[in-house]
Design a protein around this ligand. Structure first.
Ligand SMILES: [Zn+2]
Ligand SMILES: [Zn+2]
Length: 324
């Protein structure tokens, strides 16, 4: 199973500014001088190989995640990252798209009017959802006022399919189970299971429920997992002022991954106010927190013969192949 982040930012797209690029170049050149680098070709390879750090940008698109297994690809959410996903897959000849929607906050549906397949005759787009009123609120994108076209004018065939929380469906290679998240107005994550692997997309969520008892029917979605996409929008210190905002912090995700033996955890839905340096520092702090906590969970990890979870901070373009 493979996962790709077409959009990793939360709440609002966050484009890179001219000043960000200038500052980054200044920093890289200072580092290059420190390394004693004099050759531009060496500088160029150092950038490509990640010797100055990786990634060099976390990116700016809002949530759109692709989950793929052999030729099958499905998408989670229609944030601004959906635009590039649509352009790429259309160029590859794909005409059928399955999109699993977590909820209808603007950052998760804003990409649909810029999703090329919507305008391709013969294209078929199926939007899977748990909320009752999804078709009504997704169609707002095409009310003729906020965007020039009306839903009825679109050339593709767009269908909505309602799912029930905790009731699995089989879609080609994937068994897919919706789970309840903790978010204002409700959001639903999705667990994807293929023959060999399992992953859960658990954004947007505040993770107010963490004990086995409080998670109840959602608990299995966090167990026997190869990868969890977690809502790591805020630092722990920021969370106190953001109660009920519906987002969480990386160290809480690490605790969950340690306890449940989750092999990989990806922090996503980054705060649009968090700049590159802040996200980099958050990643380093999260790694240190993980290393400090790991000994307490030794029995969990000995049982599955692994040395603890791997922590990623999502960036636009991040791809993880779980078979590797
Ligand atoms: Zn969101
Ligand atoms: Zn939301």
């Amino acid at each position: 199973m493979r996962i790709k982040f077409w959009g990793s930012r939360g709440s609002l797209p966050s484009p890179t500014k001219h000043k960000d690029v200038v500052d980054l170049f200044q920093k890289l050149i200072t580092q290059a001088k420190k390394f004693g680098m004099k050759d531009l070709d060496d500088f160029s390879s150092a950038i490509k190989e990640g010797r100055f750090g990786h990634p060099l940008s976390f990116g700016g698109n809002t949530t759109c995640i692709e989950v793929a297994d052999s030729n099958q690809a499905v998408f989670i959410d229609m944030g601004s990252g959906l635009r590039e996903a649509g352009t790429y897959h259309t160029s590859q000849g794909r005409k059928e798209f399955s999109i699993f929607l977590t909820h209808m906050h603007w950052d998760h549906i804003m990409g649909l009017p810029f999703f090329i397949p919507v305008y391709v005759p013969g294209a078929k787009i199926t939007i899977y959802h748990v909320h009752d009123n999804t078709p009504e609120f997704v169609k707002i994108n095409f009310n003729g006022v906020n965007f020039p076209l009306k839903f009825e004018q679109l050339s593709s065939k767009i269908e909505f399919k309602k799912l029930d929380v905790h009731k699995s469906i089989q879609l080609e290679n994937f068994k897919i189970t919706p789970l309840q998240l903790d978010h204002p107005g409700q959001a639903f994550g999705y667990r994807f299971e293929s023959k060999d692997e399992a992953l859960t997309v658990g954004i947007d969520s505040e993770y107010k429920r963490l004990t086995d008892e409080s998670l109840k029917d959602d608990l299995p979605s966090y167990q026997k997992l190869d990868l969890l996409v977690f809502d790591g929008q805020y630092e722990m210190a920021e969370l106190a002022n953001k109660f009920d905002w519906g987002h969480c912090s990386p160290s809480i995700g690490v605790d969950l991954a340690l306890r449940e033996g989750i092999r990989n955890i990806v922090m996503a839905h980054h705060d649009p106010w968090a700049d590159y340096q802040k996200l980099k520092t958050m990643h380093e702090k999260t790694q240190k927190y993980l290393e400090a906590q790991l000994p307490a969970y030794k029995n969990v990890w000995d049982r599955i013969d692994k040395n603890g979870p791997k922590v990623y901070f999502a960036y636009d373009g991040l791809e993880i192949d779980l078979a590797k």
